[in-house]
Ligand binder design. Structure first.
Ligand SMILES: [Zn+2]
Length: 288
């Protein structure tokens, strides 16, 4: 099945009280692991690409070519969206051009008026081309590609202003952060999330920084309207741990253990296991 935008899968998720995972990709192994797991579990899935990862993979056209090729060669039949993560205004336009099916425009660092202006313009382009679009209000803490946020809570009124522009989904800071959570993290602000949902109604809400949020908080967030959860660091840590183990056990020194297809296999399996665990937690298994 060709790429789809994220609108239908997220509307269904919101109605069905589950969430679709966005898993960020870095290379072929990541992409293949996520697509195969989604297919095995009959789950919809969103492939996230940060601008940094896009550059790493040599550009958005390469990403689109690789993903489209895999959808066909692996016979993927579950709904898959290819989504720009934390896009700049220019990056968003490039991805639209390259063939992504969904974009995020992160205008959270602009004053709200400018965020609204730019979001509005991109909403119009996405509508015309059939893409879904995610906007962000209130920056999300931690570091993403060098952009550092404080983990603030979004203003629910500003969320409503942005939601009313016709975006498909809305990311709002509710105390969540990117990367590993510090020991003294205060947890998600369900009060903020509830207030946002009250004002934005059916709008699917997005939870960034899904790595390390306890399962009970994830479930509560879904019950309060979160329909998309972004997972990035957790797959990286799983890959790193499995690869380290392989090398520390000296397996790369045995036989043809140096072959990259063998060397990267444990990390690949570890990503698959992580994605499976998340899809089960989010409730998206069997919802394709
Ligand atoms: Zn994020």
């Amino acid at each position: 099945m060709p790429l789809v935008n994220a609108a239908e899968m997220l509307t269904k998720a919101k109605q069905g009280h589950y969430a679709v995972g966005q898993f960020n990709i870095n290379n072929l192994e990541w992409t293949k692991a996520i697509l195969l797991t989604a297919q095995e579990l009959n789950s919809p899935v969103i492939l996230g690409v940060s601008e940094g990862a896009g550059k790493y993979m040599t550009g958005y056209k390469t990403v689109v070519g690789m993903v489209n090729g895999m959808l066909e060669e692996l016979n993927i039949t579950v709904p898959v969206a290819l989504h720009l993560d934390h896009g700049s205004y220019e990056g968003a336009k490039k991805c639209i051009e390259a063939g992504f099916s969904s974009i995020m425009f992160d205008g959270s660092h602009y004053p709200i008026e400018e965020n609204i202006e730019k979001t509005k313009e991109l909403v119009a382009i996405c509508k015309e081309k059939g893409l879904s679009i995610e906007a962000e209000v209130g920056s999300i803490g931690g570091e993403e590609d060098g952009v550092i946020g404080k983990g603030e809570c979004a203003d629910p009124q500003e969320c409503k202003q942005i939601a009313d522009l016709g975006v498909t989904m809305l990311a709002a800071g509710i105390g969540n952060i990117h990367g590993k959570y510090p020991e003294n993290w205060e947890g998600l602000s369900f009060e903020t999330l509830d207030a946002i949902q009250q004002l934005t109604g059916d709008m699917p809400l997005v939870l960034h920084g899904g790595t390390g949020i306890p399962a009970d908080m994830i479930k509560k967030a879904i019950s309060l309207g979160v329909s998309k959860i972004n997972v990035n660091t957790e797959c990286q840590l799983a890959f790193q741990e499995a690869t380290r183990k392989y090398i520390e056990e000296g397996k790369d020194l045995q036989g043809k253990g140096f072959d990259p297809r063998k060397l990267l296999a444990p990390g690949f399996e570890a990503i698959k296991a992580t994605v499976k665990e998340k899809m089960e937690l989010f409730g998206s298994v069997g919802k394709a």
